[in-house]
Design a protein around this ligand. Sequence first.
Ligand code: NI
Length: 176
Amino acid sequence: MAILEIRRFGDPVLRQTCKKIPVIDESIQQLIDDMIETMRANHGVGLAAPQVGVPIRLTVIELRDGTEPYVLINPEILKRRGKRIVTEGCLSLPGWFGDVVRSESIVFRARDRRGREYKMSATDLLAQAVEHEVDHLNGILFTDPGRLVSPDTLHKAPARGELPVEAEEPEATPVA
Ligand code: NI
């Protein structure tokens, strides 16, 4: 496994519409393992393949609640219900946070790393992470119009260690 370089805001790969994965071969398995390791090393709850420079429809999500990471190959959001405002960040814009409109709940479909199709309903952090990652696959970032509630909510959090522990926003806010 390897920790991959995360592409930053401004890199054109983050604006591509990613291609569907036709065959889940050994190179995809390797990429999944590397993406999980990269996500963990960067304290993210999710990571999309374009964020490591590969414009294909693959994302990994880990809620850090002891459950296995989710692997979403060719994910599709089938239903969205309700709206809520959440604060979120992105590994491609390190340190930046903003208030974003996300769904209360979603239903999505994807393939797992063995190619098996699964369908799930999700709420809370998982729904937020799936919406954030599927946006990445479509070249959309959380700072885009239509996602950010208002540009005024975008702010840079102080680096870790500059605030008391209880105020460390990066620990409390999902970054994907
Ligand atoms: Ni992101």
